[in-house]
Design a protein around this ligand. Structure first.
Ligand code: NAG
Ligand code: NAG
Ligand code: NAG
Ligand code: NAG
Ligand code: NAG
Ligand code: NAG
Ligand code: NAG
Ligand code: NAG
Ligand code: NAG
Ligand code: NAG
Length: 819
């Protein structure tokens, strides 16, 4: 009898258990507990996208909310295997270390009327009184921000000694140990008001935005991830990593892996404290590594080089007087507020002597960048960066004898000595020049012209992200004597180079540039101040004698033409439609930025597949911008100065008609490229297959006949092609290659049309007068034009066709049959 009662009880309780566990998928009730000893146990969101449970990370147990195993919220750490996580009856959440019973973490929500908890499908764990939120993981973030999460003035992300906060100016700030600020986000210049309650949010598309009631027109973009607007099924999140860098990651659903899409500090060695106290950060094959300044130091923890170094003999216990260890090409990271305090204006030797003679000084850096600045470090935390690219020399006080790190090779040591001699000679000369310059400045201090000039130079040289000036010798070495040619553009050949910090770059040797030094520098400044995801970044330049070179970031996948046009020998190098559309859109965004969004508007003048480069993720980046003369769209004075630099087939008719070149000329070229992206054929190709007409004209005829299949690239397999996108792209391309510039849309509109945000009218025939008609628009075209009134011509329509034809772009015939 007794037996049956207990078995019934068991049955009942197991029934209850299974019932409550099925409830827990959505709603978690007080009294629920998770145990570290049972890692399969967890609380899930309704769609099982997120779950909360124990995880083990580097032998440490945390309670975490995870997405495919990636933690996006964490509590605890250093808990033992018997730890448990309780949702108590009083409404408190508590993480308890099993054996000791010590409370490791709690939510402090006891007595606040919490009646249930749930984990929702955006990844937010909420404690609720009825339906109102009392506490949530979104309001109490650990190191990650998810889409739909607000990061406001009171929020903090933490990771080790690093933290991220939002300032009331709307800037994000990264700090080390609550004191050293090593990064601030830049604000969009359109934000000029005093903010009242700013908050940062990550849009699911990968844009980090700032919103505030006082910002008219809604949230402004702060940062774009590199896969921004890619619509595939990924979760994007912002994370403060344990290395002190803030990154945006994307993680494809179900993959369990995360891919870095943006990092706040591009140079990891610039993160304060990355290598610990007295640790030296340097690069080995572009990975940051930590070491010690010399063999006078030991690693604090040989298993973790990031913990820093300690002196073998402390300074107060020195046998004999302390001396200075010299570190070439090294600097101590110096960020505000310590910046202004221990600064002196002395040379390299002075910098060493001052520190040696001061009891309070333990290290010093001479910047040797022409400023003559010397920073002293007092006892405390010292963070060091060493790289052949750094001109600075640093000194650390150590007990004698100095035991330098073993050189990598003996040849290197010899070179090092040669370097020291060179540095001394150069700095002596520099010192002399400075004295002379100082005298000169002093004499002409009151000349307003001079101060304007010098401030301009100061801006050029010291603005953040300012281009690096390379010597010709340096670039010769980096390119191994201009050996590995990557291509030959309209302005000169491009070579592969390996920079001193071992990063790969592309060096363009400009030809036929007749500008003076000053004007060249101005243009370099303009180009390098033009930053966009879809524009190739300028790293530096060289202007020496008649040599003019530009150093660009290196694009792994080369130029678009290699992927779009068939070559007999490279049949494998093709791109699917999704990638091509992504490239078309990216290119349009890059050009839009040049035309409409950057400070000095730039007309590219040579848009063609060869100038569209692809990175390893097939993101399009427009190159060679700003090299043609800078043209102000409202100012046609430059017209007479220009010479035709564009490329046959992509040149807008106005080039040949000698009419003003405006941003609409780029739109024309873009339209041709877009048509080529869709079709995989050159727009000027002539063959029997195209009725012996130029491909672009033939394509329009086929489009008229609704025979779009004939236009698109044969290499696409039909099921992968999004016909709606294809139709949009084809129609946009025909709008872009309209003969009348005024009929072509602005690039911003092109982006919107491609994205499907605005309706596209049926385009008229691109070349109005195929057969002799002189009027600007055909009868069929004019209705569409008036419907699309934003693009409608305001200037008198002039026929370009006659001049266009007489100028005679010679068609490229691929078959003899068309002769
Ligand atoms: C938890 O307990 C373990 C083993 O008893 C101990 O090593 C660890 O320091 C404790 N953690 C905390 C946060 O108290
Ligand atoms: C819980 O919510 C109810 C109704 O909204 C409210 O009356 C009550 O005061 C809340 N409890 C606590 C402890 O805040
Ligand atoms: C985030 O802030 C916006 C307005 O700033 C608000 O509408 C939204 O509800 C907030 N989201 C959350 C999860 O608090
Ligand atoms: C931030 O905290 C302060 C004081 O703790 C509070 O007055 C303020 O309302 C909070 N701001 C927000 C946006 O929560
Ligand atoms: C961090 O700052 C605190 C005081 O604000 C100081 O006591 C501590 O030593 C610092 N940590 C390191 C690693 O320097
Ligand atoms: C912002 O605040 C400062 C001082 O609080 C004030 O001088 C300035 O005029 C304000 N700016 C705007 C645009 O309101
Ligand atoms: C600045 O904000 C404006 C308005 O939101 C936006 O159009 C523009 O693209 C932003 N600029 C940058 C560089 O993000
Ligand atoms: C290498 O140096 C160049 C120029 O000095 C810089 O732009 C680039 O970011 C550096 N790369 C790394 C990985 O630090
Ligand atoms: C206008 O379009 C119609 C049908 O699309 C065509 O038959 C007609 O010839 C076109 N007219 C002109 C002037 O192009
Ligand atoms: C030709 C070429 O370099 N293709 C590369 C483009 O980038 C992808 C992704 O990184 C590589 O897999 C290709 O090999």
């Amino acid at each position: 009898m007794k037996l049956t009662t207990s078995s019934v009880l068991l049955l009942l309780s197991s029934l209850f258990l299974s019932l409550s566990s099925s409830i827990s998928a959505a709603e978690i009730l007080p009294g629920s507990t998770l145990y570290a000893s049972n890692p399969t146990q967890s609380w899930s969101s309704p769609s099982k996208t997120f779950s909360l449970g124990f995880i083990t990370d580097k032998l440490t147990r945390f309670v975490a909310i995870t997405y495919n195993g990636i933690p996006i919220w964490k509590a605890g750490g250093a808990t033992d295997p018997t730890a448990s996580f309780h949702f108590l009856q009083d409404g408190n959440l508590r993480l308890v270390n099993g054996s000791t019973g010590i409370v490791v973490w709690q939510s402090d929500t006891a007595g606040r009327g919490v009646s249930s908890a749930s984990l929702d499908d955006s990844g937010n764990f909420v404690l609720k009184n009825g339906t109102t939120s009392v506490w949530s993981s979104f309001d109490n973030p650990s190191d990650t921000i998810l889409p739909r999460q607000n990061f406001s003035l009171n929020s903090t992300l933490r990771s080790g000694l690093y933290d991220l906060r939002l300032l009331d100016t709307g800037q994000l700030r990264l700090r080390w140990n609550g004191s050293i600020v090593y990064w601030n986000s830049e604000l969009n210049s359109s934000v000029t008001t005093n903010l009242t309650s700013p908050s940062i949010g990550l849009q699911p598309t990968g844009v980090l935005t700032l919103s505030d009631p006082t910002i008219s027109g809604g949230p402004v973009a702060v940062v774009y991830s590199s896969d921004y607007a890619d619509v595939s099924d990924v979760l994007r999140f912002v994370k403060l990593d344990s290395d002190g860098n803030l990154r945006i990651y994307s993680s494809a659903r179900g993959s369990g892996t995360q891919i870095e899409r943006w990092a706040a500090v591009s140079d990891q060695c610039q993160v304060f404290g990355y290598c610990g106290n007295l640790g030296v950060c340097s690069y080995s094959n572009s990975t940051p590594v930590c070491g010690c300044p010399s063999r006078n130091f030991d690693l604090v923890d040989p298993k973790d080089t990031r913990k820093g170094c300690k002196r073998k003999a402390e300074l107060e216990n020195c046998v004999g007087t302390a001396t200075m260890l010299q570190l070439d090409h090294a600097k101590f990271l110096t960020y505000p507020p310590e910046l202004s305090e221990q600064k002196f204006d002395v040379g390299i030797t002075g910098c060493r002597e001052i520190c040696l003679s001061s009891v309070a000084c333990i290290a010093s850096t001479s910047l040797a960048d022409g400023s003559g600045d010397c920073y002293l470090k007092v006892p405390g935390f010292v963070s060091t960066y060493q790289s052949p690219a750094l001109p600075s020399t640093s000194f650390v006080k150590v007990c004698p004898p100095v035991l330098n790190n073993p050189p990598a090779s003996s040849g290197k040591a010899w070179r090092l000595r040669a370097w020291i001699v060179a540095v001394v000679v150069v700095s002596t000369i520099l010192g002399l020049v400075l004295v002379e310059g100082g005298l000169w400045c002093w004499c002409f201090r009151n000349s307003p012209k001079l101060s304007a000039l010098s401030s301009q130079y100061a801006l050029l040289e010291y603005a953040s992200g300012a281009p690096v000036q390379f010597s010709y010798k340096e670039l010769q070495r980096a390119t191994k004597g201009f050996k590995e040619k990557l291509g030959a553009g309209g302005f000169g050949a491009v070579y592969r180079a390996t920079l001193a910090n071992r990063s790969i770059a592309a060096v363009k040797q400009l030809e036929g540039i007749e500008q003076g030094e000053k004007q060249f520098r101005m243009e370099v400044a303009t180009i390098s101040s033009t930053h966009h995801l879809n524009l190739v970044r300028l790293i530096g330049f060289c202007s020496e004698g008649r040599h003019r070179l530009l150093v660009y970031e290196f694009m792994k996948n080369g130029s678009l033409d290699n992927f779009v046009f068939t070559r007999e020998d490279q049949s494998g190098k093709s791109l699917n439609w999704e990638n091509r559309f992504h490239i078309a859109l990216g290119t349009a965004r890059g050009i839009t930025y040049l035309h409409e969004e950057c400070r000095d508007c730039i007309v590219h003048c040579d848009i063609k597949p060869e100038n569209i480069l692809l990175d390893e993720n097939y993101n399009a980046k427009v190159s060679d911008f700003g090299l043609a003369k800078l043209v102000n769209p409202k100012d046609h004075r430059y017209r007479t100065l220009r010479s035709v630099r564009g490329t046959r087939g992509y040149l807008a008719p106005e080039w040949l008609a000698n009419l003003p070149i405006t941003s609409k000329s780029d739109v024309y070229s873009y339209g041709m490229v877009l048509l080529e992206i869709v079709s995989g054929r050159r727009n000027y190709e002539v063959s029997p297959e195209t009725n012996c007409k130029k491909f672009s004209l033939w394509a329009y005829e086929e489009f008229e006949k609704s025979n779009v299949e004939a236009i698109i690239d044969k290499r696409f397999s039909s099921h992968e092609v999004d016909m709606e996108q294809v139709m949009r792209a084809i129609q946009v391309s025909f709008w872009c290659i309209q003969e009348q510039p005024s009929q072509r849309p602005m690039m911003g509109k092109v982006v919107q049309m491609l994205e499907g945000i605005i309706e596209i009218e049926k385009p008229p025939a691109p070349k109005a007068a195929t057969e002799g008609s002189v009027s600007g628009t055909s009868a069929n075209g004019s209705s569409s034009v008036s419907a699309l009134s934003t693009f409608a011509a305001s200037a008198p329509a002039r026929s370009l066709s006659s001049s266009f034809q007489t100028a005679g772009i010679s068609s490229y015939a691929s078959g003899k049959e068309c002769r």
